[in-house]
Ligand binder design. Structure first.
Ligand SMILES: Cc1ncc(COP(=O)(O)O)c(C=O)c1O
Length: 494
């Protein structure tokens, strides 16, 4: 008997999860947009005609094979391109199971187990962050936060909460005409500005405060910026502290930010999307000191912890605010007289339907335990340390920045060695160096050997290696650096 199509696709997916590409397998088999369209044309066209015909199972399976072949293999230990990688296999299948049970996390009625699971996991995350007493009730009806569809959305919700605390009437009346201001370092994530735009506060209201050479906020500059805003008659209402900046993984001094927020009666939001997971490691959690004093804290478990995208917890110190900020009490869904209505999470958020993002995290945490989560972080930090040592040991590279799991550096052409600093480079050398990283990366993509990110720092393209995949070994680091050096040399000789 021929198996149904879904079983045949599931077989492929499971085989992929059990043995993702590694070693000499390509990280990507690059094809241009035109080539991809042509390849799919041989199986099932990517596009749709005005009338969409049904396709035979074998043709669809051919297309599925192309999807796998030409996707980026983010499980590969030489995918260090972005701040997600190496999904935990349990998270992948946890996601499938959640999808198979297809429900919404809006009400206990529709998601009894998941509502309690979400409460349990948020409560545990809250305790890890220091929000709740270890002895607190494990399954509160009002957990200290909620799961959100990504860090940017969680930032939007957090800033909505921050404004709601000082101007609850805005929810009903719209803007009061006052100029509210919020503060984030110039190394912070753009989610702050996007949120300000959506909230109607406006991107001009986002004060980008100077960061130091490592990427952490200069707290004296923050204080000066808040004073300047007050002097201008504005209403400073929120500070965003970044714990693990996107490029260098810098951690702002959250304790000092909490002091400043307290002094001015401002909301402190911690963007721990990336670095929040340092909390899992006894030797790394010091970086997060002060997070327990924040009003809200966003933590992307889909970054360092290998949960599939997306898995974002927004923790809120006073969770009662979620209800007063978001609830509209739609009577067809949140009937107060139904069974267990007090457990419903759906009116504490903007969303109506909510994906079940908690199951995969619950499964992984129960399987690995705190010790397994700590080991994942410690391994990532050890790999970054090893990279730093190799970079420092050779005049082929110059480290520019980075801490925790991120190493930011340039490859130095032989004619410039030894290069001791990037300060005051003559313009033609600057331009030559700047052009190298994209060329090296493009060759990596074309050959599929690795995927490494680059970004401008001080106007100069620099490589960023960042680690979170537990499959990365020291041998992978050697290959990554060797390929950068090899392709760099070749680019100089072209
Ligand atoms: C520091 C930081 N904050 C926020 C975000 C946004 O998170 P998301 O991609 O889940 O919206 C990112 C994403 O990379 C990030 O690095």
């Amino acid at each position: 008997m021929v198996e149904p199509l879904e079983a045949r696709i599931a077989e492929r997916a499971l085989a992929y999860v059990a043995g993702p590409p590694s070693g000499s397998d390509p990280v990507i088999e690059l094809a241009s947009p035109e080539e991809l369209q042509e390849l799919f044309g041989g199986a099932v066209e990517l596009g749709f005609d005005a009338t969409a015909d049904a396709h035979a199972d074998d043709a669809i399976l051919g297309a599925v094979d192309l999807v796998i072949k030409h996707s980026v293999h983010t499980s590969h230990p030489r995918f260090v391109n972005q701040n997600f990688a190496g999904p935990d296999p349990l998270a992948v299948v946890g996601d499938w199971l959640g999808a198979a049970l297809n429900t919404t996390g809006a009400t206990f009625e529709a998601a009894p187990v998941f509502t309690l699971m979400e409460s349990a996991v948020l409560s545990k995350l809250g305790r890890v962050a220091g929000y709740r007493d270890e002895t607190a009730d494990q399954l509160p009806t009002l957990p200290p936060g909620l799961f959100c569809p990504g860090g940017s959305t969680a930032t939007l919700y957090a800033l909505q909460l921050a404004r709601h605390r000082i101007r609850p009437e805005v929810r009903r009346t719209g803007s009061t005409g006052e100029q509210l201001t919020l503060f984030v370092s110039d190394a912070g994530h753009y989610a702050a500005s996007k949120s300000a735009a959506l909230l109607g506060i406006g991107t001009d209201a986002v004060v980008k405060v100077e960061s130091d050479s490592g990427g952490a906020i200069v707290t004296a500059a923050l204080e000066a910026a808040i004073r300047a805003s007050l002097d201008a008659g504005q209403v400073p209402f929120a500070i965003i502290g970044t714990a693990g900046t996107t490029v260098t993984s810098a951690f702002d001094d959250l304790d000092v930010l909490a002091d400043i927020a307290e002094e001015h009666g401002m909301w402190l939001h911690v963007d721990g999307c990336y670095g929040g997971s340092a909390l899992f490691s006894p030797s790394e959690r010091h970086r997060m000191a002060g997070v327990e004093r924040s009003d809200s804290f966003v933590w992307n478990l889909h970054k360092m912890m290998g949960m599939t995208q997306q898995c974002t917890a927004l923790l809120v110190r006073e969770p009662e605010l979620l209800e007063s900020c978001f609830a509209l009490r739609a009577d067809y869904l949140f009937q107060p007289d139904k069974l267990y209505a007090e457990y419903d999470a759906g009116d504490r958020t903007f969303q109506c339907a909510r994906r079940i993002d908690v199951l995969k995290l619950w499964l992984a945490w129960k399987h690995h335990g705190d010790a397994g989560f700590a080991a994942r972080i410690d391994h990532a930090v050890a790999m970054a340390e090893r990279t730093r040592e190799r970079v420092a040991a050779s005049d082929e590279f110059l480290e520019v920045a980075g801490t925790f799991t991120n190493v930011v550096f340039v490859w130095v052409p032989p004619t410039l060695r030894p290069l001791l600093s990037l300060d005051s480079l003559p313009p033609e050398i600057h331009a030559e160096l700047h052009a190298l990283a994209p060329r090296i990366k493009a060759r990596m993509q074309a050959e599929g050997t690795a995927m490494v990110g680059f970004q401008p720092i001080g106007g100069l393209n620099t490589f960023r290696l960042l680690y979170m995949n537990p499959a990365v070994t020291e041998a992978d680091i050697d290959v990554l650096l060797d390929r950068i050096a090899e392709y760099g040399l070749a680019a100089c000789q072209d």
